[in-house]
Design a protein around this ligand. Structure first.
Ligand code: AMP
Length: 404
């Protein structure tokens, strides 16, 4: 059998669908990418870009994910702007899948049995899983001959021991309902671990890393000898760090207090997921870190507090994780904020001196990753490492399909 070459990566969200097409044979080259947003409306926004050409955008009508995917695939085979002679050239499709529960510990080829297991996991991800599964079903129709592979946000975290992943509530809630910590952003933490090991010229099995994926959604993973020991997100991506619009960790009784104040589950969900975090605390009607650092620099007190709270929570976890994994070799920054916002990174790095991690201000202010952000005499290195979740999904899909 010929080795798989063209791998399509699909990220199907509740109202959007993104794709990236890779050629593995051309050194993992990205051939094209695109997205449709506001699916389900008559004025959906579609963007398409071939390789590194400028992207083109237009308003389209896409009543569902299958319609959106059809429009995007038409771009792929378009005689002028396309990159494929026929959709038959697509050898496999990798799907970003939010939740693998405890069943899926690695990327998995989707067959009818796997599909029914994915559907059984919908209660663990009621917002994302139906859209993720919808993306698979749409691909099964449009690419009837190509295998579909699920790559799970949770899979890389499946190595956490029970005393780390279980909550201190009666066991029956875990046994009956699967309520425990799962963790998310696993594909990014995995990619960054591998890329950091390569950067350091060492094997992942010989490294202890604390990977900080800091974006609109944020999480940290403590990775000991190639395996996740702990991570900050939990049953859902709401737990852990202060994020763009999510609160992260709270006293659970805050939720009870809100219930007793008369708020419904949906209202509390909206408050904690969409109105909190930097947006809720910063007082400037924005959860975007660029706005927060600009306003904090101008002395806007609420923005200063939001930034300090954001950094405090990150350092709290870095310190704890460092102790638990017996000292880290490196703290790694990635994600939109971790890769780009030197001001936000500086707030974290300034608090890491007691770990023996000393900021190289010049590098932090001026250099882009992969690079060191710490001085050579640091006992714990700070590194910035760009993430690429789509490429990781393509690589994992390639591995699964090649080993069949
Ligand atoms: P992500 O969810 O990973 O796309 O990250 C989004 C966050 O990254 C937002 O809070 C942005 O403010 C931040 N971000 C993206 N680009 C930059 C940049 N060039 N400088 C500072 N922050 C940035």
């Amino acid at each position: 059998m010929k080795s798989p070459d063209k791998i399509l990566v699909i990220n199907s969200g509740s109202s959007s669908l993104k794709f990236t097409l890779y050629s593995i044979a051309q050194g993992n080259r990205r051939l094209a990418n695109g997205l449709v947003e506001r699916i389900g409306t008559a004025s959906a926004n579609m963007a398409y870009r071939r390789d590194d050409e400028p992207k083109s955008e237009r308003i389209v009508s896409a009543e569902d994910h299958a319609a959106a995917l059809k429009l995007l695939t038409e771009c792929l085979v378009d005689p002028e702007r396309g990159v494929l002679a026929s959709l038959d050239e697509v050898d496999a499709i990798g799907h970003r899948m939010l939740h693998g529960g405890e069943i899926f510990k690695a990327a998995t080829a989707i067959d009818p049995d796997v599909m029914s297991k994915l559907k059984a996991l919908v209660p663990l991800g009621p917002l994302h899983m139906p859209a993720n599964i919808g993306g698979v079903e749409a691909c099964e129709k449009i690419f009837p001959g190509a295998p579909n592979v699920a790559v799970f946000d949770t899979a890389f975290h499946q190595t956490m021991p029970d005393h780390v992943s279980h909550y201190a509530i009666p066991n029956e809630y875990y046994e009956k309902y699967g309520i425990r910590k799962y963790g998310f952003h696993g594909t990014s933490h995995h990619f960054v671990m591998l890329a950091t090991a390569e950067f350091l010229g060492r094997k992942p099995e010989d490294l202890k890393l604390i990977t900080c994926h800091l974006g609109n959604g944020s999480s940290i993973a403590a990775i000991k000898n190639g395996k996740v020991y702990d991570t900050t997100m939990g049953l859902t991506p709401l737990a852990g760090l202060v994020m763009g619009t999510r609160c992260g960790n709270l006293d659970p009784a805050v939720v009870l207090t809100l219930v007793r104040l008369g708020m419904s589950a949906d209202e509390i969900d909206n408050l904690l997921n969409k109105k909190s975090g930097l947006l809720g605390v910063g007082g400037i009607n924005s959860g975007d870190m660029r706005d927060i650092v600009n306003n904090a620099a101008k002395g806007v007190k609420s923005a200063e507090t939001a930034l300090a709270m954001w950094a405090h929570r990150i350092v709290l976890f870095i310190g704890g994780y460092s102790t638990l994994i017996g000292g880290a070799d490196a703290v790694v920054f990635t994600g939109g904020i971790g890769e780009n916002s030197f001001q936000a990174r500086e707030c974290v790095l300034n608090l890491l001196a007691s770990l023996g991690c000393y900021i190289d201000r010049e590098a932090n202010n001026t250099r882009r990753g992969p690079c060191y952000l710490s001085t050579p005499e640091s006992k714990v290195a700070a590194i910035v490492m760009p993430t690429d979740e789509e490429l990781m999904i393509a690589k994992e899909t390639f591995e699964v399909v090649s080993s069949r």
